[in-house]
Ligand binder design. Sequence first.
Ligand code: ZN
Length: 249
Amino acid sequence: MQHHPAMRVALISDIHANRPALEAVLDDIAAAGADEIWCLGDVVGYGAEPDACVELTREHAAICLAGNHDLAVTGDLPLDEFSRGAGIAARWTQETMDPENVAWLATLCPLDEDRSIGLYHASPRDPIWEYVLSALLAELCLDAQEHRVCAVGHSHVALSFVRREGELATGEPRRADDALDLSSGEWLVNPGSVGQPRDGDPRAAWLLLDLDARTAVWRRVDYDIGRAQAAIRAARLPDSLADRLSYGQ
Ligand code: ZN
């Protein structure tokens, strides 16, 4: 049987164990009718429902990368490289998760260069740690990347950088329903975060990519933030991890 590559791909990233946000995004993706879901990593960490998020991601995503928080939980990254809140949450996640789900996280890789676009958790230069938030850094990433279009997560900010022939890279944050034509130029796109947005919009973020038409549409979805916060407080994770979800920071 011939394999037809997916044309309409829903890109998700940085779920961070936020089950209500992930469920709302999966519903919105189903309504939009994507062929496949690709996840750029950080399924767990910060939030209180890591097992549910791993199980939903395993069920629905055709591709899933490993993020730095996933690699902390599997023991591949030392916890002392994390901020205090992130380290506490990673240790709690290790102690809480079903070992079978941790074993699945351990099979994931922070990059996938075998698709028509490059996929990295953080950046083409450093797939695990680099935050691509400036045009200067984007320039270095665009120099390093093999694909004309790459997708990254990690910063939790929905954005795009483009470099047109003979010009320097420029970047912009992306708001709900922003639509772009990716058919020329070199691109780095970030869908934003499902479970812990940091761009001032508390709604869950995802990105619909049409690989055939070469278009991108950024999406935001309301979800039950109070339910995610209650789960974080019930787990006795740091309050700040619950509070920040209200502000999208
Ligand atoms: Zn993250």
